[in-house]
Design a protein around this ligand. Structure first.
Ligand SMILES: Nc1ncnc2c1ncn2[C@@H]1O[C@H](COP(=O)(O)OP(=O)(O)OP(=O)(O)O)[C@@H](O)[C@H]1O
Ligand SMILES: [Mg+2]
Length: 311
């Protein structure tokens, strides 16, 4: 019997990148085999852009390897990059040519696309009306949309976009949020993108990776990453005393004062009942207690060590 082996669209192994003394990537491993939208989330300076540049062959790794659809990016850059659509900051355009002409030039250079393809991409990225305008007269968001259209030329199996919605207006963000799952789930593409917008990542990603200090600190769905933790919001008559009582309980991860009479507690399991019992027993009046799963923002701050508790 022949076993079907899932083909790796992207394989990253032990990727290290040093800039002089700065170790921007400290050994990154990624394996993406299935179509989907994958989010790369991390604070400023975490290594997202560096990782994307090394993965797309624009920067040489210090060590480690990258395979795109089974082709090693360093050994065979030309063939490997044929399988990637790339968006970083806006590419250099011909300012005196229209958006449509620029896209056609890109298509011709890369041997991809064709007129029908470029028209569809202009439509998908919301540039139909501006297609005949000179790119020199484009706004930043319009150039960004054109950059996204260029990244999609030739319908590559792997699309890597560094902050694709950065600088887009709400309509542009909504269009990209619609486009990414469509490309992944209707056309079977793998999309890896970075963003600082938690809502966006939460809404469109099938899975996400959190990167901090050049290391992927966690990966999985929001559901998987939040599984163990619960956040309990409490409003009570004596928040200071409540902090003392709760800190004496076992299994509590963090306590934060969020207002004169409010606090937020983080703990695994289902801790609200026990906390409520302990507070009431100590004579503290609890006017509100609500337990919820961690939001992606909570997860992000917990894993990157910023934000929660104001650290
Ligand atoms: N060309 C370079 N020369 C020296 N250091 C660099 C260079 N590019 C990036 N770095 C450093 O590598 C680290 C990671 O930077 P990178 O741009 O990858 O972060 P990022 O996650 O994309 O951040 P942001 O959210 O701000 O875009 C930072 O410490 C940065 O200063
Ligand atoms: Mg960056």
């Amino acid at each position: 019997m022949v076993l079907a082996v899932e083909k790796e669209i992207l394989r990253v192994s032990g990727l290290v990148k040093r800039f002089g003394r700065v170790e921007a990537l400290k050994g990154i491993d990624i394996s993406l085999t299935r179509p989907g939208v994958y989010g790369f989330l991390g604070p400023n300076g975490a290594g997202k852009t560096t990782a994307f540049k090394v993965i797309t062959g624009l920067l040489r790794p210090t060590s480690g390897s990258v395979g795109i659809c089974g082709v090693d990016i360093r050994a065979n850059t030309r063939d490997a990059v044929r399988n990637i659509g790339i968006l970083f900051d806006s590419p250099a355009y011909y300012p005196y040519l229209s958006g449509r002409d620029n896209l056609e030039v890109f298509a011709r250079w890369s041997g991809l696309g064709g007129a029908a393809g470029t028209e569809e991409l202009l439509r998908k990225t919301g540039l139909e009306k501006a297609a005949d305008k000179k790119v020199g007269e484009y706004s930043w968001g319009m150039k960004r949309r054109l950059g996204i259209a260029a990244a999609l030329l030739g319908d590559p199996p792997l699309i890597i976009m560094d902050e694709p919605t950065n600088g887009l207006d709400p309509a542009g963000i909504a269009e990209i949020k619609r486009l990414m799952p469509e490309l992944a789930h209707e056309r079977g593409r793998v999309i890896l993108f970075s963003s600082h917008r938690m809502d966006e990542v939460d809404q469109v990603c099938d899975s996400l990776m959190i990167i901090n200090g050049g290391v992927i600190v966690a990966s999985g769905t929001t559901e998987e990453l939040s599984r163990a933790e619960r956040v309990v919001e409490i409003t009570c008559s004596d928040a200071e005393k409540a902090v003392n009582i709760i800190s004496g309980m076992s299994g509590i991860d963090k306590i934060e004062r969020t207002g004169a009479d409010r606090l937020r507690v983080r703990a695994p399991g289902s801790p609200a009942g026990a906390i409520n019992g302990a507070l009431v027993e100590a004579g503290i009046e609890v006017s509100r207690i609500a337990e919820s799963k961690e939001s992606l923002e909570d997860i992000f701050f917990r894993l990157t060590g910023t934000g929660f508790n104001g650290e």
